[in-house]
Structure formats: structure tokens, C-alpha cells
Ligand binder design. Structure first.
Ligand code: COA
Length: 151
């Protein structure tokens, strides 16, 4: 939880699910549930979303991920994100996909790098939904365009 502002209360969690479902209805894509092939049970979500806050890089399509700790260190986030990115480019006609996270979130930045996403420090930004001076406010932005994909 160290890269999040606070754990979600039940009401906030339900509202988050409602926003994901509304996103599927609007865009056709969203944050997909992730399961292992050899086990039943949710291990997290990975997918595409359209951030609702104003930013120099918006409107945009973001690829994001959140896995249970028990599923870290196995490559699942990168594998699932590759599928989400391919769906974005091939199925949904997206031209560029971005990802962003707190400057301190090294595991998430490592996923972006494994995906071959590109970082220009000029894109980095302070997240407008976090209060000024918050330790997680400083964010990096990574981009991947359709013509930069290799697979
Ligand atoms: C961000 C997050 C998904 C990264 O998880 P992760 O396990 O480090 O990333 P991956 O699933 O891609 O796994 C990669 C790791 O699995 C290892 N791995 C093991 N077997 C592997 C395999 N067969 N194939 C690929 N990688 C494998 C890799 O070497 C790598 O480990 P390393 O970082 O020690 O080198 C996870 O930390 C998380 O859910 N954090 C909380 C949510 C969060 O911060 N989300 C982002 C908010 S913006």
C-alpha cells in the first residue's frame, strides 16, 4: 500500500468497480480481472482506462495494473499488460498508450520498462488528484505508440 494514498473503504471500492464497469460500457475496454491459468481465483486487475483528470497528455488511454502481493515476482503483470496493450492497438484502434505512477514506485516503473515503454522526463508531472507536497505527488509518464511495438 505504500504507493497508494490510503486503503479503499468498502464504499470507495464499490464506486471504483462501478467506474470500471461504466468504462467498459463507454469504451469497450477496461481493467480486466486477472487469474492464473492453473488456479482459480482473482489475483488482481490489469487493463486499459481513460483517466478523468486534466493533464498535458490527456485525453489518453492508460495501461495499469494491481496484483495481490502473493502474485508478485512471477511476470504476470507484464504478461497481462502486453495482452491489454495489444488489444488496445489491434482491437480498439488506440494509437498511443501511456502509463504513469509515483516516481517512487520502482516495481511499476519496471513493468513499464519491460513493456518497452518510453520515458521523456519532460512528460513527468505532479498528480493533480494528490494534495500539493504529498510524498506520492511526483509522477513519471511512460508512452508506447502503435508503431513502437515489436510483437
Ligand atoms: C506493480 C506490480 C504489479 C509489479 O509486480 P511485479 O511482480 O514486480 O511485476 P511482474 O508481474 O511483471 O513480474 C516481474 C518479476 O517477475 C520475475 N519473473 C519470475 N518469473 C518470471 C517469468 N516466467 N516471466 C517473467 N518474469 C518473471 C521477473 O524477474 C520480475 O522480478 P524482478 O522485479 O525481481 O526482476 C506490483 O508491485 C503491484 O501490484 N503493486 C501494487 C499496485 C501498484 O503499485 N500498481 C501501480 C500503481 S500506479
Amino acid at each position: 500500500m505504500k504507493y497508494f494514498r490510503a486503503p479503499l473503504e468498502r464504499g470507495d471500492s464499490d464506486a471504483f468497480i462501478d467506474r470500471i464497469e461504466a468504462g467498459f460500457n463507454t469504451h469497450g475496454f477496461g481493467l480486466w480481472a486477472v487469474e492464473r491459468l492453473d488456479q482459480t481465483g482473482l489475483i488482481g486487475f490489469v487493463g486499459l482506462s481513460v483517466p478523468s483528470f486534466e493533464a498535458s497528455f490527456a485525453p489518453c488511454v492508460e495501461v495499469g495494473w494491481r496484483l495481490a502481493k502473493s502474485a508478485w515476482g512471477c511476470g504476470y503483470a507484464t504478461e497481462a499488460a502486453r495482452c491489454a496493450i495489444n488489444a488496445g492497438f489491434d482491437q480498439f484502434g488506440v494509437d498511443e498508450i501511456v502509463s504513469f505512477t509515483s516516481t517512487a514506485n520502482a516495481p511499476s516503473i519496471a513493468v513499464m520498462r519491460r513493456l518497452g515503454m518510453h520515458h521523456d522526463p519532460a512528460d513527468d508531472f505532479d498528480h493533480p488528484m494528490l494534495p500539493a507536497g504529498h510524498p506520492l505527488q511526483s509522477h513519471v509518464l511512460y508512452r508506447l505508440s502503435r508503431d513502437q511495438t515489436t510483437d
